[in-house]
Design a protein around this ligand. Structure first.
Ligand SMILES: *Cc1c(COP(=O)(O)O)cnc(C)c1O
Length: 402
């Protein structure tokens, strides 16, 4: 059989990202299949009892149980690690399983963290509600303000946690500056990179220690499965994360890993085309709505920073209407092509009203502090012809008096 190079890091690390996304991590069975095999198995059999003992002792290579290892899942982990430029990656059952594991595996009672105020609703629930129950305190800051990071550091600060661009306000965090502040203080940074993916932004190139994903979003990219991933050094993954995840069990199913492997094959194509489409729709909408935020537009207050650390603006934009929830809901209801849906990263254009959906679990005060206003809408731009999306908005905006 022709030599398969997907597992040889000395070769795959030289490949460009689009090649890594198609071939990185691929391991073939003895059938020589071209597409990655789906191993739906919970257990593994051993040739003799001594082999089983040796594998459990770590003296023999091989798999023991699919909560711990699975060949399809390992292919995905190697591919994501490669794209991220990370030494290692472990996948999880969802993005929130990844965020929870990335935080809880390294925090203990008495620790303190600093986190960005604009964040995915469930990430705010982790920092505001779950961690304090275990004696871990959090200071929530405006993550755009580098001085606020420095000022929030306490003697027991263990880590910085933030998203960039953030959900749903599209706040951009200065990766290089914030990771430098953390490093100087001996603090670890955990970055949620779901919006940009490693194809548009690699936080580790700017000094981030741990990068975590909802792979449900752009990595699957076709609205099919939930998945998550945590990337870091081999030492962090093996000695800090693994004992937590192996024993608590937020394992990604082999089937979902296989779907995400297929998704990654087209990630480079999709995210670039969707970013181009998003820019066109943003340019149209900017002239029709009172306020619009898209990192790829010069009107975004942090456009220069976004373009320094991202190679395109991404698929998400946020718009703000003056007529509050009523007008926002009316616009959603008037759309024909764009679906009302709170998912993002999909190949379909989807729009949601965060205050009454994704961020409805947060108090009004927290929403106000984050910038999630009643008239705000979050829009994911898909792979449709952007002219059709623009026509849909043109008609729907007229219907709500805009
Ligand atoms: C969706 C999302 C999550 C959670 O991911 P799930 O796969 O839905 O669990 C976390 N962070 C960000 C920024 C997200 O967009």
């Amino acid at each position: 059989m022709k030599k398969l190079t997907g597992q040889d890091r000395s070769i795959t690390s030289r490949w460009r990202p689009a090649t890594q996304a198609v071939r990185g991590g691929t391991a073939r069975s003895n059938y020589g299949e071209t597409s990655e095999a789906l191993f739906l198995t919970s257990g593994y059999a051993y040739d003799c009892a001594g082999d089983a003992a040796a594998r459990f002792a770590g003296d023999q290579q091989g798999m023991t149980y699919s909560r711990l290892q699975n060949p399809t899942v390992e292919m995905l982990e190697q591919r994501i690690a490669l794209l991220e430029g990370a030494e290692a990656c472990r996948t999880m059952a969802s993005g929130m399983a990844a965020m929870t594991a990335a935080l809880l595996c390294q925090l203990s009672q008495g620790d303190h963290i600093v986190a960005g105020r604009a964040a995915f609703g469930s990430c705010r629930w982790l920092t505001d509600t779950l961690l304090p129950r275990f004696g871990i305190t959090a200071t929530i800051i405006d993550a755009r303000d580098n001085d606020a990071w420095r000022a929030a550091i306490l003697p027991n600060t263990k880590l910085f946690f933030f998203e960039t661009p953030a959900n749903p306000t599209l706040d951009v965090v200065d990766l290089e500056a914030v990771c430098r502040i953390a490093k100087d203080a001996g603090i670890l940074t955990v970055v949620d990179n779901a919006f940009a993916t490693p194809l548009l932004q690699r936080p580790m190139d700017y000094g981030a220690d741990v990068v975590a994903y909802s792979a449900t979003k752009m990595m699957d990219g076709q609205g099919r499965v939930l998945a998550g991933a945590v990337c870091g050094t081999a030492d962090f993954i093996e000695n800090t994360l693994l004992s937590f995840t192996r024993n608590t069990g937020p394992t990604l199913s082999a089937f979902n890993a296989w779907v995400v492997l297929k998704g990654l094959e087209t990630l480079d194509l999709r995210i670039r085309r969707q970013s181009e489409n998003a820019l066109k729709v943003a340019q149209f909408l900017e002239k029709r709505v009172p306020r619009l935020l898209y990192p790829g537009l010069a009107s975004h207050p942090q456009h220069d920073l976004a373009m320094k650390q991202m190679s395109a603006g991404g698929t998400i934009l946020s718009l703000y209407l003056d007529g509050g929830r009523a007008q926002a809901h009316a616009l959603l209801d008037a759309l024909e092509l764009v679906d009302i849906s709170n998912n993002i990263g999909d190949s379909r254009s989807l729009m949601t009203h965060p205050a009454s959906t994704t961020h409805s679990g947060l108090s009004e005060a927290v929403r106000a502090e984050m910038g999630v206003e009643e008239g705000m809408l979050r829009l994911n731009i898909g792979l449709e012809d952007p002219e059709d999306v623009i026509e849909d908005f043109d008609r729907a905006l007229k219907a709500v008096g805009l």
